[in-house]
Design a protein. Sequence first.
Length: 101
Amino acid sequence: GRVLQFTSFGASGLVVLDRLASLGLLREIPVVMIDTLHLFEETYEFVKNASKHYPEMELRAFYPKVFSAGQKFRFDYLNGDDLWTLDFDRYTYLTKVEPTL
């Protein structure tokens, strides 16, 4: 089977990425993140900086089904911009579970 490294680019995820890089494995093990389309701008900037810091990293982002990068407003228009408060289970399924299926 193929090995992947999921990360949200938090502290523990960065430790793992750094370790993979120091072992020369970052080029061989793809790094995956889930983009809910609702991340903070600072998170996107941080991911961009991490990608520059680890140029050998093969980063793949997964998005909610039928959406792609930068389509937050489309997602909110179709699902309601307050879906996460009205139906958190559905929001979580659409943005965090379904993209990995």
